[in-house]
Design a protein around this ligand. Sequence first.
Ligand SMILES: [Cu+2]
Length: 483
Amino acid sequence: MKRLLFAISLLCFSLVAHVGVNDVFFEGLAGPYPLYVTIRPPIVIPGIAEISIRSAARDVKSIQFTPMTLTGAGSKYPPTPDRAVQSKEDPQLFTGGLWIMFPGAWQVRAMVEGERGAGSVSIPVPAASQKLSTMDGLTGSILALLMLVLAAGVTGIAGAAIRESQLGPEQQPDRNRIRRGRIAMAGGVVLSIMIIWFGRDWWNAESKDYSKSIYKPLVMQASLSGSHLDLQLSSSGWLQPKGTDDFVADHGHLMHLYAIREPGLDAIFHLHPERREAGKFSHELPQMPKGKYRLFADVVHGSGFPETLTASLELPQDTTGPSSSIDDAGSVLPMNGKHDRTVALAGGGQVVFDPPGTLRANQPATLRFRVFDADGNPAPNLRLYLGMAAHLALVKNDFSVFSHIHPYGNISMAAFEMAQSSLLPLGGNVLVSSHVNETGSAAVPAEFSFPFGFPTAGEYRLVLQFAGTKRVETVSFDIAVVI
Ligand SMILES: [Cu+2]
């Protein structure tokens, strides 16, 4: 059974809290040590998650890591940690692999030893099967051929055994033996056909059973009356997570909904619908231009398992607002294909995007933005917006990729807090970057950076949101990612 599961598990497992993004990116502190962590969830489960940790500090001596469930009993009893391998060429780079044993909300705890003592951080990693791959034609043909050879061999051996096994040397089989040999061969053919037939049924049953564990996000249906949006959530049939009403607040809201106008990505709104009853959210839309919108709703279940639910919405006419949430913000701006690195702010000042050279698919990068006031100085008095220095939504122009990330990475804040709480019994040696300190009243620096790796090449729109002195600013940068 296990072998068969392995055989059919040419499966893709990936991060589910986003659309089209597999890897987990995190940037933050483990004790005094700033780390950039990339976690590539396994292709099969049970399977190995590839982990790479780059320390910005030179005095890190060793890193150990261990996988645990995010909540429940498994989060209290971490297995013996593995020691990461320190690169010889780059001593600040540590890599390794960890077994992820089943789908669900996991965390990877990293324990750092260095000249300034020990530090730990725990990074949530949601893992779920994404699709059941079919066998490629060449492998299938080779296996079918080998199966026929095997069946012919069984038939031949059965015939020869009955016909000749009891004959002495040089002795020829008589007609009776030849006849019985033929009957045995016919029996061999029938047996082979039966084995193949029942084997196929067995394979299909196992495959069907396994396909039930393939991830499907909750189903979300959007309906509109005037500017009142209703969102109805229902089960997709996937077994985990179970609820349509077990959500926890993630940076201030149960749901963060991005409405992005098709096809040009020229109107983008970050909205915050309220829960009305179990499985139902609603919202009064702000001023939005009419058109067809793609909806991406980020939610986090009580288990720490995040999901991005998708739906479509047709606005037959412009909505006039006001919105029912003071935290809503958005902008309307066509993509011009120019890939400008500098965007002017309406009230004066500008935002500059500093890409780390050419952006390449599947390469971890740091996306850095700097905000300047009208005099060209770093903008003073920026405030936290929903507890964060800044929010960045990344959308590919064919809508195959969507991710809503923050300066600490593309993990859910709620799941991150759960992961850190599992560290507290260890003495609470946890420090996170100042930009995720929700209660911090210190001025927000006028520079934001986001760890991220684009999964595929193509045209993307990056929508940066942060709170200026008077309002929440929404600025868009269009970029090209190459292979
Ligand atoms: Cu956000």
